[in-house]
Ligand binder design. Structure first.
Ligand code: 13P
Ligand code: SF4
Length: 311
C-alpha cells in the first residue's frame, strides 16, 4: 500500500493534522504537518483547528495535546509508545515526596503522566526550563521532577538549588562521556551537541546543550562542518535535511550498538499511522477532572513561554 498517498487523502477527508516529534522515523517526519520538540508540539496542538490530531510521538505528548485541545480527537498510532522518564515518576511515590516539602513549588518536565501534572504548579520542557525557572524569584523553593540530569543542569546554569526527583531517560542516561570523548579524539574538529537529559559529564564537555529544536538550530547556524550528537538518532534526519553539507556522528550507546533509538518513539510506523487515521483509534481518552487539573500548569507554561518569547 502507498501509505504516504493514503494518509494524505485521509488527512484531507477527515480534517486531520499530523504532529510529529523529531525522534520519529524520517518517513513520518516528512509526512507530518509540523515536526518539533515538546514545546513546539504543545504550542501547535493548542492552536490547531483540526477535528483530528494524529500524534506521532509518545503518550505524554498526545496527552498534552488532548488536555490543551480537548475538542479534537487525539490519536496515538501505538498506545504502547510510553516514556521511561515519565514511568520513573509514579503518582503515589511522587505525592509522598512532595508532601515532605510543603513550602516548595513543583516544576515538572513535560515528560510526565497527566497525573503527575495535576501535582505540579508549572510544566517546563527542555526548550524553556532554564528561562522558566529563572522567571521565579531566586529564593523560591522548588521541587523539579522527574529528570535528575535536566534538573541538575538547570541548577548549575541558574545557580538554584532545586530538590530533584531521581528519574532518568533510558535512552540518554546510557550515553557516556567516554564514548563522546572517543569520538572527539577521532574527530577533533567536530563540535559536541547534547540533549540535557544526558549525564552531567557529557553536558559539561558539550559545546551546546539544548532541546531537539535547539540542537537543530545550533547545527544549522554554527559554522562547524561536523557534529557529535548526543541524543536520539531521529533528530539526524532533520539535521541532515537542514545542513546537507555537514556531517553528524551519533554517540554509540555501547560498544556493540551505534543506535540510540528510543524504543517507544520508534513503535510508530507509517502503517500504524495510516490505520489510526482510517479507524480513528487508538484514541486518547482522559478523565475530565484530571484533564482540568493538568491543564492549569501546562497553560501556565505556555503563557510564560509566550511572555518570554520562547518558541
Ligand atoms: P525535546 O522536547 O527536546 O524534543 O525532548 C523530548 C524528549 O523526549 C527527549 O527525550
Ligand atoms: Fe522518553 Fe527518553 Fe524516549 Fe524521550 S527519548 S520519549 S525521554 S524514553
Amino acid at each position: 500500500m502507498d501509505y504516504k498517498n493514503e494518509i494524505q487523502k485521509l488527512k484531507k477527508a477527515k480534517n486531520a493534522i499530523i504532529l510529529a516529534h523529531y525522534y520519529q522515523i524520517g518517513e513520518i517526519q516528512d509526512i507530518a504537518d509540523f515536526v518539533g520538540d515538546s514545546l513546539g508540539l504543545a504550542q501547535k496542538a493548542a492552536e490547531a483547528h483540526a477535528d483530528i490530531i494524529v500524534f506521532a510521538g509518545v503518550h505524554f505528548m498526545a496527552e498534552v495535546a488532548k488536555i490543551i485541545n480537548p475538542d479534537a480527537k487525539v490519536l496515538l498510532p501505538d498506545m504502547e509508545a510510553g516514556c521511561s522518564l515519565a514511568d520513573s515518576c509514579p503518582y503515589d511515590d511522587f505525592a509522598a515526596f512532595k508532601a515532605q516539602y510543603p513550602d516548595h513549588m513543583v516544576i515538572s518536565y513535560i515528560n510526565t503522566t497527566a497525573a503527575i501534572k495535576t501535582l505540579s504548579d508549572v510544566i517546563c520542557t527542555s526548550g524553556n526550563a532554564v528561562k522558566l525557572v529563572e522567571s521565579f524569584p531566586k529564593d523560591q523553593k522548588i521541587i523539579f521532577a522527574p529528570d535528575r540530569n535536566l534538573g541538575g543542569y538547570v541548577n548549575r546554569v541558574t545557580g538554584r538549588n532545586m530538590v530533584l526527583w531521581d528519574g532518568t531517560c533510558e535512552v540518554h542516561d546510557i550515553l557516556t562521556a567516554e564514548a563522546v570523548l572517543k569520538l572527539k579524539e577521532e574527530n577533533p574538529e567536530a563540535k559536541i551537541v547534547a540533549h540535557p537529559e544526558c549525564q552531567q559529564q557529557i553536558l559539561e564537555i558539550a559545546d551546546f546543550v539544548g532541546s531537539t529544536t535547539g540542537l537543530l538550530k545550533f547545527t544549522r547556524t554554527d559554522p562547524a562542518k561536523k557534529f557529535i550528537v548526543a541524543t536520539e538518532t531521529g533528530i539526524l534526519h532533520q539535521m541532515q535535511l537542514d545542513s546537507p553539507d555537514k556531517e553528524f556522528l551519533v554517540v554509540p550507546s555501547d560498544e556493540t550498538c551505534s543506535c540510540n533509538d528510543c524504543p517507544y518513539m520508534k513503535l510508530n510506523t507509517m502503517e500504524k499511522l495510516y490505520l489510526a487515521l482510517e479507524n480513528e483509534t487508538p484514541e486518547i481518552v482522559m478523565d475530565e477532572t484530571v484533564m482540568e487539573q493538568a491543564r492549569k500548569p501546562i497553560e501556565r507554561m505556555l503563557e510564560i513561554s509566550r511572555k518570554l518569547k520562547i518558541i
